[in-house]
Design a protein around this ligand. Structure first.
Ligand SMILES: [Zn+2]
Length: 338
């Protein structure tokens, strides 16, 4: 038995998705929601893949791609790597898809115009992740499940499991933590000068995201064509500079995790995923646990491996299925509530 009862009385306008799509910055994956159906993968028309192409063209191409993928009359759950209002289908921005463009775009309406036979449901990708996590991995009785993605950007979502709801603000957002100022140790004060993709200084994403870590490698080990590979090799060889970079990158994430636990005593399970966490694997988890095992004050409880095993999960590739999570969210497992 899992913790989540998707038939709860608070479920959103429930729809049973018949097809799911996950739009990532690099790949768009899709599959019919029936047992054994294969997943198809095509390149996403994103600014990551097609730098220099006007954002209006990229948006049109994304609508055309989704319209082409959807089967006739389908109910489609779309997981989108973007800040969006799930209740309206309005997208506020997505660095991997459209760079710095921040004019709201009504993607839901554009899809409905292009394919009126399809019922479209847009879901934030972190919503999809936390919902899948709750459905498939959370033991019975958990209250809040959180998911923190650390990849090209950093974002968080918390699902109130018994109520099957995700609390959002007037714009439909929750947990855009990547653009908060990072907490860094005194010896890392120089990192506060690093610029974020959004233009801000000292943001968490400027230091701890994939591009942030690449900047740290260049700063401490010199220019290289593949900073992440350089870091991995340095960690494998036990080099001091590499361990220092990892610690500097993980420390602000650990500080955020400690803050989440402090502000949300019902956060029974917190998972970290995304390319940075999953790509670095065991060494990332070891560093994070090491930082969190030291109490920050008398108010911070001591945490040992048994506690971490129960409350903190660093995902490995394949742990979280965004297609299944988007479909579950649409079916009522995670209603976005203002
Ligand atoms: Zn930022």
């Amino acid at each position: 038995m899992t913790a989540l009862d998707t038939r709860g009385p608070t479920a959103r306008t429930r729809a049973t998705a018949t097809f799911a799509v996950d739009v990532g910055g690099t790949w768009t994956r899709s599959r019919p929601l029936e047992d054994g159906a294969p997943t198809e993968r095509v390149p996403t028309p994103s600014i990551l893949r097609r730098p220099g192409v006007p954002v209006a063209v990229l948006r049109d191409d994304l609508v055309a791609l989704l319209a082409r993928l959807a089967p006739p009359g389908a109910c489609v759950a779309v997981s989108l790597g973007a800040a969006l209002d799930e209740r309206t289908g309005i997208v506020h921005g997505s660095a991997p898809l459209w760079g710095a463009a921040d004019d709201p775009v009504d993607l839901g309406a554009a899809l409905a115009r292009r394919r009126p036979d399809v019922a479209w449901h847009l879901v934030n990708d972190v919503t999809a992740a936390v919902t899948d996590l709750a459905v498939r991995h959370a033991p019975a009785g958990v209250r809040h499940v959180g998911y923190l993605t650390v990849s090209s950007g950093i974002a968080y979502r918390c699902l109130d499991v018994p109520r099957a709801r995700i609390e959002i603000d007037e714009r439909g957002l929750q947990g855009e933590v990547g653009h908060l100022v990072a907490q860094v140790d005194a010896e890392d004060a120089d990192l506060l000068r690093l610029r974020c993709e959004c233009g801000g200084a000292a943001h968490l994403a400027a230091i701890s995201s994939g591009p942030g870590i690449a900047r740290l490698v260049v700063q401490r080990a010199g220019a290289t064509s593949d900073p992440v590979a350089r870091l991995r090799a340095g960690l494998g060889a036990g080099e001091d500079w590499a361990q220092g970079v990892l610690r500097s990158a993980v420390a602000p994430v650990a500080a955020l995790v400690r803050t989440l636990w402090t502000l949300d005593p019902h956060l029974d399970l917190l998972a970290l995923g995304g390319g940075v966490v999953e790509g670095l694997g065991a060494v990332y988890e070891h560093t994070l646990r090491g930082l969190l095992a030291v109490p920050a004050s008398y108010a911070d409880p001591p945490r040992d491996d048994a506690w971490f095993d129960e409350h903190l999960r660093c995902c490995v590739p394949g742990d979280v299925d965004l297609l299944a999570g988007a479909a579950a969210a649409v079916s009522g497992a995670a209603e976005a509530v203002r």
